[in-house]
Design a binder for this molecule. Structure first.
Ligand SMILES: [Zn+2]
Length: 484
């Protein structure tokens, strides 16, 4: 695969498709032990039982695990030893909230001194848009555990491990300069076709759709932006692709993406929320509800004042990631926002607090003419037609460029519904301009940010919302995908 040394990448770039697929398969077999070793099966068996437990029991157990994790942190990590010289508090909520910039300042201070006694470790990297990626010391068993959560979720939707899987995420499986298909490789070890997210120019999309139809996947998963693009190409070409499930991750699933994916593939897309830090997991069940996986991490939903957030209100997601005993992320600010639900239980019968929606990154906000931070702007597109993809670009407060990849020639009715919605949500005087493009701006990770902001420093309020740290971070939009 294109992950190795410069020399092996150069070889890969010149290799024919069949050889690349062999390389991808070899790579997969090599890392398989890190993904599906004994920790995988153990975790899956535990989860199969615990998923049906009552929510109150699950939350209580999660809180107890967080308390034990904090006690270990005080004994085994310099950062926490300095915080609590007299010993760990019984209540994990007594620990201060941890921002990504705290980690950046003193990363080794969060590593467990006794990590090696808990098994093999590996270093995982966050994929920030700015700043150096963080090196996260991670137990191999924690990676296996994460995969157990992922495959259990897929099995809820009829897709246990081993089903024919198409992955459309940030995998660099074709060299950037390549201009002809195939932009995908077969991974025979995992019965998987892996597509590049980096080559989805309009002229290549029909080839993507055809390759997907030929592969005839049982499961499609990946970034919603990538899946939606191929979905619209499949619709245009009249291709019939009928997977059992479509699962999206790593970006907020927007309403127009949900629509085109459901229309193309005959099933509604389901959400997986997770992150590279292994801090929090929220997943959509077959009843269309988002469940907090309480067994995964201890998750708190906090309002701006630091109290428990009310149902129906956007809340900061704070996670204690006790699944990885090699590094202590206690009350870690994920910089993601979610809206807790007022519903107490799900008709599917599974436990876990319910979430109305994962709103997205704290960064997913614009500054209107009144200087307010406004989020949830995917609503701008709820009545729009003729839009294949959209992105909001802000270079100065109070002005927004709506960048659109139109479906065919942009019609005269395209802009009006978007402007009408914007007028409802943004302060008077906020300028809206449209820009028509062939493709949207992407991050190095291959993700497509919904909001591209070039005026973050103007967001004085943002510091309050995101914590002073995130602002200083330049708003690094990490959370590289646990999409494999
Ligand atoms: Zn449910």
């Amino acid at each position: 695969m294109a992950y190795g040394s410069p020399a092996s990448r150069a070889l890969y770039a010149r290799a024919p498709a069949w050889l690349r697929s062999l390389g991808a398969t070899w790579h997969s077999l090599r890392v398989e032990r890190q993904r599906f070793g004994p920790g995988y099966g153990d975790a899956l068996a535990r989860l199969d039982r615990s998923q049906w437990l009552p929510t109150a029991d699950l939350v209580e157990a999660s809180r107890r695990e967080a308390a034990a994790f904090l006690a270990d942190a005080v004994r085994q990590a310099d950062h926490f030893a300095a915080l609590f010289p007299a010993g760990a508090p019984a209540d994990p909520a007594a620990a201060p909230i941890l921002a990504k910039s705290d980690l950046r300042r003193n990363l080794p201070g969060f590593y467990a001194r006794d990590a090696a006694t808990h098994g093999a470790t590996t270093l995982r990297h966050t994929s920030g848009t700015t700043g150096t990626p963080l090196e996260l010391l991670t137990l191999v068993s924690a990676v296996e555990r994460e995969n157990a959560f992922a495959w259990q979720h897929r099995s809820w939707h009829g897709c246990p491990r081993g089903v024919r899987t198409a992955t459309l995420a940030g995998h660099p499986v074709a060299p950037a300069e390549q201009d002809r298909p195939p932009f995908w490789v077969r991974n025979y070890a995992e019965n998987q076709l892996i597509f590049s997210s980096y080559h989805m120019a309009p002229r290549h999309l029909p080839a993507y759709a055809k390759a997907l139809a030929r592969f005839d996947p049982e499961l499609i998963h990946g970034y919603p932006s990538s899946v939606a693009l191929v979905a619209s190409a499949a619709l245009e070409a009249g291709l019939r692709i009928r997977p059992r499930a479509v699962i999206t991750a790593s970006e907020t699933l927007l309403p127009h993406q949900r629509e085109v994916i459901a229309a193309a593939f005959g099933v509604p897309p389901r959400v997986w929320y997770g992150n590279t830090e292994l801090a929090g997991n929220i997943v959509e069940c077959p009843e269309g509800r988002l469940h907090v996986r309480e067994e995964h991490s201890w998750l708190e939903f906090l309002d701006d004042a630091g109290g428990a957030a009310a149902a129906g209100q956007p809340a900061r997601l704070i996670a204690t990631a006790f699944g990885n005993r090699a590094m202590f992320l206690v009350r870690y600010d994920t910089a993601d926002l979610a809206v807790p639900s007022a519903e107490a239980a799900c008709p599917c019968g599974r436990g876990g607090r319910l979430v109305e929606r994962v709103v997205g990154r704290v960064e997913d906000f614009v500054i209107d003419a009144a200087g307010r931070l406004v989020g949830r702007l995917d609503h701008l597109f709820k009545d729009a037609t003729g839009i294949r993809e959209a992105q909001l670009v802000q270079t100065e407060p109070g002005a927004i460029v709506v960048r659109v990849v139109p479906e065919g020639e942009p019609g005269p009715d395209l802009e009006a519904p978007v402007r009408a919605e914007a007028a409802l949500r943004l302060a008077p005087g906020t300028r809206i301009a449209f820009e028509y493009v062939a493709a949207l701006e992407k991050l190095p990770s291959g993700k497509t940010p919904f909001i591209v902001s070039r005026c973050r420093e103007a967001a004085g309020d943002r510091a309050r919302l995101a914590g002073p740290a995130a602002a200083a971070d330049g708003g690094a939009a990490d959370g590289a995908p646990p999409v494999r």
